[in-house]
Design a protein around this ligand. Structure first.
Ligand code: HEC
Length: 292
């Protein structure tokens, strides 16, 4: 029996998760809406246009809500949970971490312009001297090391996760503002873009398979979120209490298709985050949100 991809994605109760993924993998999906020799701005515009053409009724600004943009009931549930977030105490812990001075008396706020307010939309940026992409988490660790403290591990939700869950809220409302200037920055952006469009893993999926071509469709019980807006709201609290950073989510999505994941904090994920964030340029940030 041959089933089309859209039927597969629409099916709420496939026989098994494994079967549906294998069938999807075999379906030979389209390449994304992004050209090979395009500039970052052309990439962003063509992705925005792709979704606008496909879902004319969904406003671009609502893409910051991810899959909720396509699901008014789930969005209403989200709004009521966000009125009294169950993870409030984690944000309080993060705030205490942010405000506690280092042994030398300095604070995180001293490492950032404007005391760390309205800065996150500038991350990741490409540091020409260092020759690499710098994420907000790396800037936090650089601040620690400069002040004689040890760096946090990028996959440690109790430290970097909790701290950034609060620190990122200081930039709520700031527009994503990623810049790609010069050949080295462009090369990092292109490496991230390649990550996003490369098919990987036993199931031969790319990020774009799910978050471009099938965004807005259902995969098992989940509506797939569009790449536009996806990088604006980190970290998330899944189920209201499980803290997940953006790069932990990359890790989870890689594992979902049985690809060998990279480590959070790796060059591969930093470049991916650079491309991924650029695509949300102009959209407002909102840190620490509820997810299913
Ligand atoms: C097999 C399909 C699939 C692939 C391939 C996939 N993802 Fe996902 N991804 C999901 C599902 C399902 C979710 C949860 C529902 C949602 O929010 O999209 C998700 C969620 C996410 C989210 C969180 C969205 C939010 O608002 O909470 C991000 C970010 C993300 N994926 C990025 C990626 C990236 C980057 C890649 C490639 C490394 C990737 N995904 C590959 C299925 C996939």
């Amino acid at each position: 029996m041959k089933m089309t991809l859209s039927k597969l994605l629409a099916a709420k109760r496939p026989a098994t998760g494994k079967k549906i993924l294998l069938a999807l993998a075999g379906a030979g999906l389209l390449m994304g809406a992004v050209g090979v020799n395009a500039t970052p701005e052309q990439d962003r515009n063509s992705l925005v246009k792709f979704f606008k053409d496909k879902y004319p009724d969904v406003k671009k600004d609502s893409y910051v809500y991810g899959a909720l943009a396509f699901d008014p009931d789930a969005k209403a549930q989200y709004d009521s949970i966000m009125d009294f977030p169950p993870f409030g105490s984690v944000l309080d812990q993060g705030k205490a971490m942010w405000e506690t001075p280092f042994k030398n008396g300095k604070k995180y706020a001293d490492c950032f312009p404007n005391g760390g307010k309205n800065v996150v939309g500038n991350y990741p940026y490409f540091d020409d001297k260092a020759g690499k992409v710098v994420t907000f988490e790396m800037a936090i660790n650089a601040c620690r090391v400069q002040n004689g403290e040890e760096a946090f591990k990028y996959n440690d939700m109790k430290t970097i996760g909790t701290l950034t869950a609060y620190a990122r809220t200081l930039s709520d409302g700031m527009a994503m503002n990623i810049k790609v200037d010069g050949p080295a920055a462009t090369a990092a952006y292109e490496a991230g873009k390649k990550q996003f469009y490369s098919r990987r893993g036993q199931l031969n999926f790319s990020c774009a398979t799910c978050h471009v071509n099938n965004a807005g469709s259902r995969l098992r019980s989940e509506v797939l979120s569009p790449v536009v807006g996806q990088s604006t709201h980190w970290p998330v609290f899944r189920g209201g209490d499980k803290l997940v950073t953006l790069q932990e989510r990359y890790f989870g999505c890689n594992k979902m298709v049985r690809a060998t994941p990279f480590a959070p904090g790796s060059v591969e994920y930093n470049d991916l985050e650079y491309f991924h964030s650029y695509i949300s340029n102009g959209l407002p940030l909102k840190a620490a949100v509820f997810r299913k």
